[in-house]
Design a protein around this ligand. Structure first.
Ligand code: MV4
Length: 469
């Protein structure tokens, strides 16, 4: 298919009037493990699936396991997984009623969600307006303030110039952090420790934001030192009901890339969960949130918590929540998109789950990507072990996309048992042909600090990997 050219939207009746609520066919606008993850749930729900793929992914399992597959272009993401006209053409020719965007790529692209609507294709996720509001961090923050959700003290809006910034920082008190309103996930942030370095950092932040997002709007906040990153999973239906599905501890990350997530958080207490859960529900209710989403919080050592940002998509780490509450979150997403009501009840973890992200990276070479052919593979198995992956022995990991090749998730009754199980699972997880993050995870599981549960987002800054054995 040469894609590219579009013949205006085909006006179908809105799907709610046009047919039974049930989707007949879903196109998955993604690749890798998440594409496969969505296909699996669709099959269990009796929904046909359409995979899209780039020429680099012809041998990927998501292509094989879908009912149909459409090649949408060459390897570069902008020409394939981000190419909206080609994806819409694929949905049109296969007659898909809905599109699941997965995570990354177009999952938080409000224009894409809007175009789906114009084509009479249901975007499985929030409305374009909800994506836009949460995508702009200043708008998101002011929405949360109005909803009564605690936020980090800060400028409360865009800052016009250095002088205003310096004045505000004085009021807030150093250290402060500069963030880009179009940023998120750590991009375009700078910490400022004193007034002397304000102007330099300000200029750098502005230029970075302009270059990265084409938007140089920035704001400042009090810098919270040594925070934990704890997020609350929420779900909202089309009728305004919002519930929460408990927390995930996501403080184990390196350069803003999460490596390990777990639920419950070892720092959580029933009181804190109640408060953070209430705040997350208020956040969702404030925008009538439709779909599954995540409210990210910074939590300080006194268990004060502050709204950081909202992710309006399914996340990589949704699996740990699935394991501890025993629900399929992709199924929930699809049911919500089909117009089903949710019960409105909240969930608390009944088990402990940990996810280790297995990336094709050389941890001894600064986590440099290690694409190439997987010569042999033995994934972990056994009681309480789950592996979500699109790879197999003989598969070649292409160099064009992110390096995550598998998620290893263990579940047990207690955190201690879960760590023990993870150690066992990591030992039997063998990947030959490419380097992976498995050696990192093995060391982490033995680390006393990790095992104690007493860590924050800076933990990996001084984590000693030792030498390669
Ligand atoms: C902060 C912060 C401290 N104080 N904001 C990083 C990702 C982006 N979502 C916001 N981030 C942070 N915002 C204030 N006011 C520290 C971080 C931060 C961080 C947050 C979560 C997980 C890892 C992190 C690593 C470094 C900094």
């Amino acid at each position: 298919m040469d894609g590219g050219r579009l013949v205006g939207p085909v006006h179908r009746l809105s799907f709610a009037v046009n047919r039974e609520k049930m989707f007949d066919k879903v196109l998955i606008a993604n690749r890798g493990e998440i594409a496969l993850r969505v296909i699996r749930t669709c099959r269990e729900m009796g929904i046909k699936t359409v995979a899209i793929y780039s020429t680099a992914d012809a041998e990927s399992l998501h292509v094989r396991f879908a009912d149909e597959a459409v090649c949408v272009g060459p390897p570069a993401s902008k020409d394939s997984y981000l190419n909206i006209p080609r994806i819409m053409a694929a949905a049109e020719i296969t007659n898909a009623d809905a599109i699941h965007p997965g995570y990354g790529f177009l999952a938080e692209n409000a224009d894409f969600a809007e175009i789906c609507g114009e084509y009479g294709i249901k975007f499985i996720g929030p409305t374009p307006m909800q994506i836009r509001m949460m995508g702009d961090k200043i708008t998101a923050k002011s929405t949360m303030i109005n909803a009564g959700v605690p936020v980090v003290p800060g400028s409360g809006g865009l800052i016009a110039d250095v002088k205003e910034g310096i004045g505000l920082a004085k009021g807030i008190g150093y250290p402060v952090i500069i963030k880009a309103t179009a940023g998120g996930g750590g991009k375009g942030m700078r910490i400022i420790w004193d007034e002397a370095s304000f102007e330099g950092q300000w200029n750098m932040a502005r230029n970075e934001a302009k270059a990265a997002f084409g938007n140089d709007g920035i704001y400042i906040e009090k810098y919270i030192e040594e925070p934990r990153h704890i997020e609350i999973q929420i779900a909202g239906d089309q009728y305004g009901t919002v519930c929460h599905l408990s927390e995930r501890e996501c403080s184990i990350q390196r350069r803003h890339q999460k490596l390990v997530e777990e639920s419950p958080s070892p720092f959580m207490t029933p009181e804190l969960r109640q408060k953070m859960g209430d705040a997350a529900i208020k956040a969702g209710e404030a925008i009538n949130y439709e779909g599954v989403g995540t409210i990210e919080f910074l939590v300080d050592k006194y268990r004060n918590f502050y709204f950081m940002e909202m992710n309006t998509r399914i996340q990589v780490e949704h699996t740990v929540t699935e394991e501890v509450i025993d629900h399929d979150l992709i199924k929930e997403q699809i049911k919500i998109a089909m117009g089903e009501k949710i019960s409105g009840k909240n969930y608390i973890p009944e088990m402990h789950a940990i996810e280790c992200r297995i990336n094709a990276e050389d941890v001894y070479k600064d986590f440099r990507p290690s694409p190439g052919k997987i010569v042999s593979l033995h994934t972990a198995k056994g009681h309480g072990v789950r592996v979500d992956t699109h790879v197999y022995a003989g598969y070649t990991i292409p160099p064009y996309y992110d390096s995550m090749i598998a998620k290893l998730i263990c579940r047990a009754r207690t955190r201690e048992e879960c760590i023990t199980k993870m150690e066992r699972a990591l030992e039997e997880f063998i990947v030959e042909g490419v380097k992976t993050t498995i050696p990192f995870h093995k060391k982490l599981m033995k680390d006393e600090r990790f095992r104690s549960g007493n860590f924050h987002t800076g933990f990996l800054n001084d984590f000693d990997l030792g030498t390669e054995d």
